[in-house]
Design a protein around this ligand. Sequence first.
Ligand code: GDP
Ligand code: ZN
Length: 446
Amino acid sequence: MVDNICAIATPYGIGAISVIRASGPEAITLVNKIFKGKDLTKVKSHTIHYGHIMDNEEEIDEVLALVYLAPKSFDGENMVEISCHGGIYVTNQVLNTLLKNGFRLAERGEFSKRAFLNHKMDLTQAESIMDIISSSNKIALKSSNASLRSQTSKLIKSFRDKILDILAKIEVNIDYPEYEDAVDVTHEYLKPIVDDLIIGMQQILKNSLITTVAIHGIKTAIIGKPNVGKSSLLNMLLDEDKAIVSSYAGTTRDIVEGTLTLGNVTLHLIDTAGIHESVDYVESIGIERSKKAMDEADLVLLVVDASKELDETDKKLLEMTKDKNRILIGNKMDLKEEISLPGMIYISAKNKEGLDALALRIEEVTKIDSIDSMNGNYLNNTRQTSLMEKAMESLNSAKNAMDLGYDISLIEIDIKNAFDYLGEITGEANPDELITALFTKFCLGK
Ligand code: GDP
Ligand code: ZN
């Protein structure tokens, strides 16, 4: 049963106003009991009313109440949004008054969960709300907005419609074998359709490699032998003295991380400090650990000291990273230049020079600007992509079964699986637990 819930929807802290959301079948009636002003049970949907929140005879705050009648509200229930003064104490007092008068505190993401359950939006749209809130660059905001406008839903639907068409035709063949006008679903008929679907999904997944990273930030590892200036580079990027710089090769330090937005990209930076400082760097676990950081990274910034000849360690690191999304950085360009490698970006971490060129190169190697030309043919996160991968695997297995000459009724099972996996992306075939797990990732009041 749907009950009446409330929560503070604005960030915790002092501001000009706070918004408290109330939702449920009796939301308007219950708020009306503590509202001195117009009779909110008699007002039209989507209207705002000035008044006071009262705790019995005591005035709590002067507020605006925005009334929404079901189903035309964010979560599809009757809703009231109360804007009160933005102090911590006063906001909590308004909330407490609601809690004393028939509301319970909403769980994390419960408003959005209700919106999903009331078919106000699907899972991809719900996820895009989270993405909009956490977006830190233009690309992330743009693609999340597109997904909220149901771009991802449409993409999934186009695949599912094609699969559904096959499934329906197979069913007709099985159930009404004597029906003359039905398409005879043979292996020859099915193969090109399944091939097309697989190719389509491959393209989406390829695009999504670029977009998911762009939206959620690029895991970037700064790698290089001791003393080339990795910590200095991190400091330059983060514009703070977070990474400790020392001129001794061999001091132990902790891994330092930071997030920054450079142009259109957000980077999650990891300096492998504390690893590279061991004395027998090459022989020791140093290389092994760098390898791990490298493997997990979407992008590697390989730093060398441009004022010195490359040595064996540099060469080893160059070899190790050659297949990665990599940018070669020649640091210490303020000193005498000794090396020049193709594609190398020259910087001086110490003098904070070369940042613009580096930012441009990052946008280039991460192919950020190609997102515009993808026309919405991409997914937004790894939950979505891993489900599409499963759908594609199912279709591949259907394809193999056809190659082996299996009966269509057996192949149908794989095709049905592909249909269901795609349905999980939008939530049309979703188990309850998953939905709950997903919505608890929301902030309170969303
Ligand atoms: P890491 O061991 O790779 O993290 O290197 P650090 O960032 O700790 O720097 C090692 C030494 O190189 C320090 O003495 C820095 O001051 C110096 N250094 C870093 N960047 C530059 C630069 O651009 N120019 C010059 N001349 N020295 C630098
Ligand atoms: Zn360092």
